[in-house]
Write a protein that binds this ligand. Sequence first.
Ligand code: ATP
Ligand code: MG
Length: 439
Amino acid sequence: MNWTEKYRPSSLREVIGNKRAKDKLLQWAREWQKGRPSKKAIILYGKAGVGKTSSAHALAKDFNWQIIELNASDERNKDIIEKIALTGAVNEAIGANGIYISSKEGARKLIVLDEADNLYEKAGDYGGKRAIVETIKATKQPIILIANDYYQLIKGSGQELRKLCLVVEFKKPKINEIISLLREICRKEGIKADMKVLYTIATRCDGDIRSAINDLQAVAYERRIGKEVIPYIGYRDREKEIFKALHKILKAKDMKTAIREARGIDESPENLILWIDENIPYEYRHLNDLKDAYEVLSKADIFLGRTWKRQYYGLWSYAQELMTGGVAVAKRHEYRNFVSYNFPAWLREMGKSKQFRQAKAQLAQKIGKKMHMSSKKAMEFLHELKPLFTGDTAIRLTAKLDLGQEEIYILVGEKAREIYEKAKELKKNEKQTLLFNFK
Ligand SMILES: Nc1ncnc2c1ncn2[C@@H]1O[C@H](COP(=O)(O)OP(=O)(O)OP(=O)(O)O)[C@@H](O)[C@H]1O
Ligand SMILES: [Mg+2]
């Protein structure tokens, strides 16, 4: 089970950091309990993974309120939001399926509008924000608007929201607060972790608690987490760079821009296609756009396959251009909002737990054998070997050591697949030359 879900705070008390913000939420909720809220809605804004959604849910639990959650960026919810607005979001609020939920005497229903800055709005259509404003004016139930980008939310027809809502910022928690949370999770999981590991995770995550917990889970494949995992925590920086480029690729309106962006990052088409495949659905919200994008992506995949099969690297550029430029122009709608992307599931699996440990042990064994040392000794050397694994040398070493894809992954990360394929070809060719080597 994913630890971010497992350890999602169930009460505001468990939400770390942001004391001021939590106090404001509590005070506001108490006002509602008494039936005299100073403001009917709260805007909760802040960076990703700091606990906004969790806090809204925790608050509802703490006060025993029913929760009605709507994701504002989902086009299908537009009607529901408008319906709530029209009917006044009054005593009887409307559930996510658009059906009335009757409230028992006195019981409150908290309406949570997540991703409110990503409001689904067609160009020139301000209906969405207006609907929210009207809803807040009419509501007899507490409303929380959640956003990453406050200014996106209050701009244009969102202006009025500033007057109507309490504004609460969720800030990045302190490093020691994150460390305490990670330690608590380790305790519950029965894991002993080196302080340095927890410190590294807590500083690298840059306030994003979700990613801190994910990082911890990714290296927690034993009851003891030692310093040796520290080099593997660092992928996040690289991830950020790729996310940024992905963003520009998927948002691009012409082929050129998308292709140029892809060239800017040093990522092989093999990996790039995984990133794009994983993230198209977050960006493209219209079904037809999705369908067309995947159509193009599948063509890119065919070109990739042929590149390997025919050993003709000229085909690579077709693959790359289809998966970037092709996918970019497959959309018929403009998606202006900021959405957060995902790490490709396949690569994530590779980075995980048991598989990772096994691969590491095998890698050390293979290297130890060739270098005449114990695998324990080789294990200590793994880190030093990393710089050797670049370019052609990486391919030759992979072939020589007969490494599997998982094993190379430990040394080169996302490039593993590509190097593995090339090494495979190399071995095949070598065998053929040997066959005719009559000297
Ligand atoms: N302040 C916190 N205290 C404890 N756990 C937290 C906190 N913030 C985040 N988490 C953990 O991270 C996960 C994601 O948090 P959450 O969904 O609340 O973030 P968010 O601020 O809504 O992010 P996003 O902007 O991406 O929606 C939670 O399930 C929880 O495990
Ligand atoms: Mg959220």
